[in-house]
Ligand binder design. Sequence first.
Ligand code: UDP
Length: 328
Amino acid sequence: MKAIVTGGAGFIGSHLVDVLLENGHEVIAIDNLSTGWLKNLKKALKNPNFKFHEVDIRDKDKLLPLFEGVDLVFHLAALADIVPSIEKPRAYFETNVDGTFNVLEAAKKAQVKRFIYAASSSCYGLTNQLPTSENAEISPQYPYALTKYLGEELVMHFEKLYKIPSISLRFFNVYGPRSRTTGTYGAVFGVFLAQKLNNKPFTVVGDGSQTRDFTYVSDIVSALYTAALSDISGEIFNVGSSGHYSINKLVDLIKGDIVNIPKRPGEPDTTFADVSKIYKQLGWKAQISFEEGVKKLIDKIDDFKDAPVWNEKSIEIATKDWFKYLST
Ligand code: UDP
């Protein structure tokens, strides 16, 4: 089949591109390279079945012709991260909502066979329902969460109205090689691995007992691929690891000194996906244990050598708006 991956030079997108090519598909990756890297596509770029286009999903005119003859769309392009979304909500709306609209319109025109959307578990906010099922209350706490959720609503609307067979997958804390580390203060793995490489203490938020449903990137990619091959449509699925692991456990596994930093407002103590729906309907289940995933990542620790090294003070400055707006 011919597949398009938006955000194809990014963390999850580039792993998906590799798997699609390994399975003999023709693949087009679209990325504006704002946070993605061509180096993530080093292997793909050598494959004659692969094409890369540096295009921004906000640019609907450039997007349209790329979709000609496409069967599968994986829409992963988005602005990520919490803090910049609080600082620049419009940019998030334009890329994550309007951009998704553009991708959907292009997919509709091309009469694609399937559309898979990468959604975020952040839509559940501070839920009390643990494990969290897909019908838990939607309660986005910041513009990133809101705009990813609005994108999902658009996908489901197009599915119903224009009959584009679609699935939305709500990812829980994805980690693995190629996770983005540049720029803004971001996901804990990038922060901790750069600190480890530089013999600096891990900046543990609160007492480190909070847990996350950390899901290894190859499991996420297999969920995307499974969703694309199924003929189920109009459904939303959680994609999680079947467990949840504390920050203290992560510190135990990667070993090092710690420094505690203030608990962040508006952040859940636990995220934990109820994955029974995706298992029942798609037969998908995560395969990589937390220990195994962390070990694989440690083996690739050199990937993090150019990542910024955060400390108590620089995190305090970077998260100023987070504390300002999310404190109750
Ligand atoms: N975390 C931490 N130290 C850091 C960054 C994050 O202890 O420097 C913790 C944070 O409190 C949360 C978990 O790591 O419990 C995951 O945070 P991340 O920002 O990666 O993802 P989130 O779940 O907030 O979207």
